[in-house]
Design a protein around this ligand. Structure first.
Ligand code: SAH
Length: 369
């Protein structure tokens, strides 16, 4: 066995129950801990007054609650928040909170960097460092929930979580699923399964496992209506081409007649945005309960793409709508702090110092944690 202390944030409720069983404690201890940590935001053992003193001492000796460290919190002009979180000596990740009138969405990272290498994505450019642990994934939700709850000026909440930050979540299945189980658990964050969305570049085997083990809302990054183009934009397509991907999408929703798959489609000028491509897309998705979300391309360093003009996005959308698909255009949020889709690159620590609007509250929160 390793000597590293057990991080209690690595466990979902079932894992905690097993842990307590293994040390001869009663199963309800798991629910008590989950409530303290994830419902109340408390990680100080001394404050957990319904645990016996002996148990608290034991936990203090054998376990820790280790969270990512907050480096900076930036606020965009539109209210979007972005955390730069340090997960070890060399690596940082980013988490984004997007407030809207009726909801507040937290965009959570699953890996440091990404191995999929989509040609238009900034995270891809930094390469892949490592998977995040469950603690590092749910820690992003813990930190954001606590920050939002502590801010006296607002009553902002996390109503939705999207696994759309850095990384390909289905390539870190074993750690992402326990984190999502905590998001769903009614003793923890209590989000309905339609309020937790996992976005994938098209990891077919992971999609099938997810359907079996944790059927949250699914979003698929499609970006092209045919294989030759998708091979270039999303290289994972060479392993799981469109026919296989779409068959997996059908399986995903087969048993739940009210579910839909969201297809994300980044709008790249002159690449994938012609009326003919919109018609091909409509044809391709026939028979799948699908919504479409068009994402205006956010410029990134080192990629030779530009965003489609607004008139073309509108025309593209209208073709899909006429074909019967609910089609929305994603609003670009937080682009002034590089928090928009495809712009997350939390790696280099020195970058933090250069950012504008670094909030002192980051330090305050860290001190209080
Ligand atoms: N790896 C997962 C999760 C990332 S979600 C996935 O691919 O689905 C982030 C979404 O933003 C994906 O649809 C991604 O393709 C898209 N995206 C990446 N770079 C972008 C950019 N520069 N502009 C707009 N959208 C981008």
């Amino acid at each position: 066995m390793s000597d590293a202390p057990i991080n209690l944030l690595d466990f979902d409720p079932q894992g905690l129950t097993q842990y307590f069983a293994s040390v001869g404690e009663r199963p309800y201890r798991a629910t008590q801990i989950v409530k303290w940590v994830h419902q109340q935001g408390v990680i100080e053992l001394d404050a957990m007054t319904n645990l016996s003193r002996a148990l608290r001492e034991r936990l203090a000796a054998e376990t820790v609650f280790r969270l990512p460290e907050i480096m900076t919190v930036q606020e965009s002009d539109d209210g979007t928040l972005k955390w730069l979180l340090r997960v070890d000596n060399g690596n940082c990740i980013e988490t984004v909170y997007i407030p809207e009138a009726e909801r507040g969405t937290l965009c959570v990272s699953s890996q440091v960097g990404c191995a999929v290498n989509c040609s238009f994505c900034a995270t891809a450019k930094q390469g892949f460092s490592r998977n995040l642990s469950t603690a590092e994934i749910i820690g992003q939700v813990w930190i954001a929930a606590r920050h939002l709850g502590q801010n006296p000026k607002t009553h902002r909440h996390i109503t939705n979580v999207v696994m759309m930050g850095m990384g390909e979540p289905l390539m870190n299945f074993e750690r992402v699923v326990p984190a999502m189980r905590l998001m769903l658990d009614d003793s923890a964050y209590n989000l309905g399964r339609r309020r937790v969305t996992l976005s994938t570049a098209g990891m077919v085997p992971g999609m099938d496992r997810l359907r079996e083990e944790c059927p949250v809302s699914l979003a698929v990054s499609l970006h092209a209506p045919e294989d030759a183009l998708r091979d270039v934009l999303v290289p994972l397509n060479r392993t799981y081409p469109l026919a296989e991907l779409l068959a997996a999408c059908k399986r995903y929703v087969a048993d739940s007649p009210h579910d839909q798959i969201t297809f994300e489609y980044v709008m790249l000028d002159g690449v994938n945005d012609s009326p003919a491509q919109a018609r091909d897309l409509a044809k391709l998705l026939r028979g799948i309960p699908a919504k479409l979300n068009l994402i205006p391309f956010n410029p990134i360093e080192g990629a030779d793409y530009s965003c489609s003009p607004q008139s073309r996005i509108l025309e593209f959308r209208q073709i899909l709508q006429k074909a019967g698909y609910v089609t929305t255009t994603r609003k670009t949020r937080g682009d002034d702090i590089d928090a928009a889709c495809g712009q997350l690159v939390g790696k280099v620590l020195a970058r933090a110092a250069r950012h504008r609007k670094v909030h002192a509250e980051a330090t305050a929160l860290r001190a209080g944690a």
